[in-house]
Design a protein around this ligand. Structure first.
Ligand SMILES: Nc1ncnc2c1ncn2[C@@H]1O[C@H](COP(=O)(O)OP(=O)(O)OP(=O)(O)O)[C@@H](O)[C@H]1O
Ligand SMILES: [Mg+2]
Length: 364
């Protein structure tokens, strides 16, 4: 798929701007604080509905203005879609796709598929487990709406259960109430874990290949799902029952702590290089190579899963990588529409170039 045009009104530092993108590599270059990341953020919002860098959506509206609008047209294999995103001064977002208002974020997912590379994403390996869960959740939700729905249901139930554990842990009938929440958590939780297991197994193969290429066949990368359950439980058709038992076994501890300690909201991706845990032992360069391999794996899985290439958003990542990795990444972008930001572009790869300057866009 390919973004044809993007229009911004009162979004971040843009008053009013229109960009018509080329089919291949699009480079946004300009000084620091000129608005390059802001522009990528607006595209990301039209895909994932959430900003990659803030949870306070009112920050997206240009200072002093009442509302912001992003209008994006995407050409897909069989038809085009127009996405209009409106953000008011309270940070409330509304989306209209092809003239029809969208009521839930889940309905937007899948309209525009993106894979986002940023210096933060390059820290995936050493970040907290929550970042690696987010990596899984964003990748899976874009491909499978049912995953996103399970995730939302799970999150809601978990919040209610944690509330109960915090506020009413000493009340006499708490166990009956917890039984109800636990059943819901085990049902959605088992679905989430199963999908993550499949995803990681495919990712392990795809990322492993990239890692081999980048590291010159020197090390072997292994990705697996990390949670407290046994392999037998994870592979079982009865995962839901196993999970329910594990959740219940932790109940007394959870009551003491005041929150729920077992389930997919606590899981992680185990990342090993030659059998050693990369999250702890890998050097910075190795960690970056692994993160890049994982992101490239995400791209391939996405393309194969939906039968169309996603759009690649590369925010300032070239500066994070050495020449070998830069070249590999740029080679990978062939066949994908790519929007790349940098302060100066001096690579020999042909590109449509746009100069970003204080919230304005001019084609070079
Ligand atoms: N709501 C807003 N209203 C007005 N300006 C904003 C708003 N939010 C952010 N900005 C401004 O946008 C600028 C940052 O833009 P952005 O992060 O896109 O820069 P950049 O070009 O990616 O820079 P760098 O090269 O340093 O990454 C800052 O000057 C910031 O003050
Ligand atoms: Mg930036």
């Amino acid at each position: 798929m390919r973004i044809e045009s993007l229009e911004l009104n009162n979004f971040r530092n843009y008053r009013s701007a229109t960009v018509k993108f080329g089919d291949g590599l699009n480079v946004l270059h300009g000084k620091n604080a000129s608005g390059k990341t802001n522009l990528l953020e607006s595209v990301y919002l039209c895909s994932i509905f959430k900003s990659p860098r803030t949870s306070k959506d009112k920050e997206l509206v240009k200072l002093g203005e009442d509302s912001a609008t992003v209008k994006l047209t995407v050409a897909r294999k069989f038809r085009s879609h127009t996405i209009i995103l409106h953000i008011d001064s309270q940070g409330k977002k509304k989306v209209v796709v092809d003239g029809v208002p969208i009521l839930r974020a889940g309905e937007l997912l899948g309209t525009l598929g993106v894979v986002f590379f940023s210096p933060d994403e390059m820290k995936l390996v050493k970040e907290a487990p929550s970042e690696r869960r987010r990596f899984l959740d964003v990748g899976l939700s874009q491909q499978q709406k049912s995953y996103f729905i399970s995730l939302q249901r799970y999150g809601k139930t978990l919040k209610q259960k944690n509330n109960l554990l915090k506020e009413y842990r000493h009340s006499s009938n708490i166990d009956d109430m917890l039984d109800v929440w636990d059943m819901g958590l085990a049902k959605e939780g088992a679905l989430i874990i199963k999908r993550r297991l499949q995803y990681i197994s495919t990712l392990n193969a795809a990322a492993g290949k990239f890692h081999n290429i980048i590291s010159g066949q020197k090390e072997e990368l292994k990705l697996s799902y990390e949670n407290g359950m046994s392999e037998e439980a994870l592979l079982s058709d009865d995962l839901e029952q196993y999970l329910l038992r594990a959740i219940k076994a932790a109940r007394e501890k959870d009551k003491e702590l005041g929150f729920c300690t077992v389930g997919p909201h606590r899981d992680d991706i185990k990342i090993e290089l030659d059998g050693k845990d990369s999250r702890k032992f890998a050097s910075q360069g190795q960690q970056r190579t692994v993160a890049l391999s994982m992101k490239l794996g995400e791209v391939v899985i996405f393309r194969d899963g939906i039968g169309e290439p996603p759009v690649l958003l590369l925010d300032d990542v070239l500066s994070e990588l050495d020449e070998t990795r830069q070249n590999l990444l740029l080679k990978m972008t062939q066949g994908f529409q790519t929007i790349l930001t940098c302060t100066e572009y001096d690579l020999p790869v042909p590109a449509d170039k746009f100069l970003i300057c204080d919230g304005t866009v001019a084609k070079d």
